[in-house]
Write a protein that binds this ligand. Structure first.
Ligand SMILES: [Zn+2]
Length: 377
């Protein structure tokens, strides 16, 4: 874990050093290890397998990237692991290098056992900036003949068993109008005003989303949400705003709600706002950039991964959480998935991030039991 924390894998930087380290360790144990680089060549996913070459394996999934750390806010160097009072401190300690280190620590046991079912290590890039690595990895797995059956995502849940979380779809919508003097608004196309109408429509959709929520939704709040995170437009009081930008997101609790929101907004922009803008200026435009669309993890009546992890951890029942993970992506290709990992999300993305030794111990016990189960299966 100290070696992993020493790799400053902030999402904006390369993760290749850490991936080479993980690949070395796993290859030396006899794992079949594959590295998939992203188009830039500076980031990679690692997918490694121990056990037989057959479908039905279990994926241990963790992201390699971490959020930035401002050193002055920390009691010690964020990229040097420090042990204090039964806790291990460092950026990524709970989110989620603790889990990756635990998976690596049990790998020699897996390699020594005669596994009846394969175990796969899936370590990804760019989770913190839209699950980009996991999206690429899941596309790769979907093409394979021998697909794993389930995934355990080791995001920090205090080792609680989690079988549901919302999705997260982020968009940037840009409005291009025509500038002019503020005294003659009818001669220009005011991008700020069209952005305001767009935002008003977004807020109206909140009511529609509440009405669409399932009565037995386990989420809090039970419906899909919309947030307008940033609005930027114009230059001065007396100038018609030529440009505007709205950064917004929706967090669907049901998979249909994501397309419902994006399609409603696309139609409103193209069929209502844009014709009005173009009536004044043919160059007027509205463009929506999809920053990321990350699938939620839908709680399912049947979930093989939930059954397995409940047996391994002794959990009775599963919970849902508010934060997003890569689990929904694995579920989207027909795998069953749960989130269960050491440490608390409360410590993630904060100065003095830590994971307790107790939590790591509980995680190691789960993974050791998994090894026995896979050997006996
Ligand atoms: Zn994370």
């Amino acid at each position: 874990m100290a070696d992993l924390i020493a790799c400053p894998t902030v999402s904006s930087e390369s993760n290749l050093e850490m991936m080479a380290y993980l690949a070395d360790r796993l290859t030396s144990l006899g794992a079949r290890t594959e590295l998939f680089t992203d188009p830039s060549g500076h980031k990679a996913n690692l997918f490694a397998t121990i056990g037989p070459d057959r479908p039905g394996g279990i994926v241990l999934s963790g992201h390699s990237d971490v959020v930035p750390a401002v050193a002055e806010d920390w009691a010690s160097d964020p990229f040097e692991m420090v042990e204090r009072d039964g806790r291990l401190y460092g950026r990524g300690a709970c989110d989620m290098k603790g889990f990756i280190a635990a998976a690596l620590a049990v790998a020699p046991d897996y390699a020594a056992a005669e596994l009846a079912r394969p175990v796969h290590f899936a370590f990804t890039y760019d989770e913190e900036v839209g699950c980009l690595g996991a999206q690429a990895l899941v596309r790769e797995l979907a093409r394979r003949e021998h697909r794993p059956a389930m995934a355990i995502i080791g995001e920090p849940t205090l080792m609680h068993l989690v079988d549901g979380h919302k999705g997260c779809c982020e968009y940037t919508t840009r409005f291009t109008g025509t500038a002019g003097h503020g005294s003659a608004p009818e001669r220009g196309v005011n991008a700020a005003e069209y952005a305001a109408r767009y935002v008003a429509r977004l807020l109206e959709l909140r009511g529609a989303l509440q009405a669409r929520a399932n009565a037995d939704s386990p989420f809090d709040p039970p419906w899909s949400t919309i947030n307008v995170g940033r609005i930027e437009a114009g230059v001065a009081h007396n100038v018609i705003a030529a440009h505007a930008q709205v950064d917004w997101e929706t967090r669907p609790v049901r998979p249909e709600d994501g397309p419902f929101v994006s399609e409603t907004m696309r139609a409103y922009a193209e069929e209502v706002l844009l014709p009005a803008m173009r009536a004044v200026s043919p160059e007027a435009a509205i463009e929506t950039e999809t920053v990321g669309e990350v699938a939620g993890l839908i709680p399912m009546p049947e979930n093989e991964a939930r059954k397995l992890v409940a047996e391994l951890t002794g959990a009775n029942g599963a919970e849902v959480v508010a934060f997003g993970t890569e689990a929904g992506l694995f579920q989207s290709i027909g795998m069953s998935a749960v989130v269960c990992g050491p440490g608390s999300i409360e410590q993630a993305h904060r100065p003095d991030e830590y994971v307790s030794l107790d939590q790591l111990g509980a995680c190691l016990r789960m993974l050791e039991r998994l090894g026995s189960r896979l050997a006996a299966a």
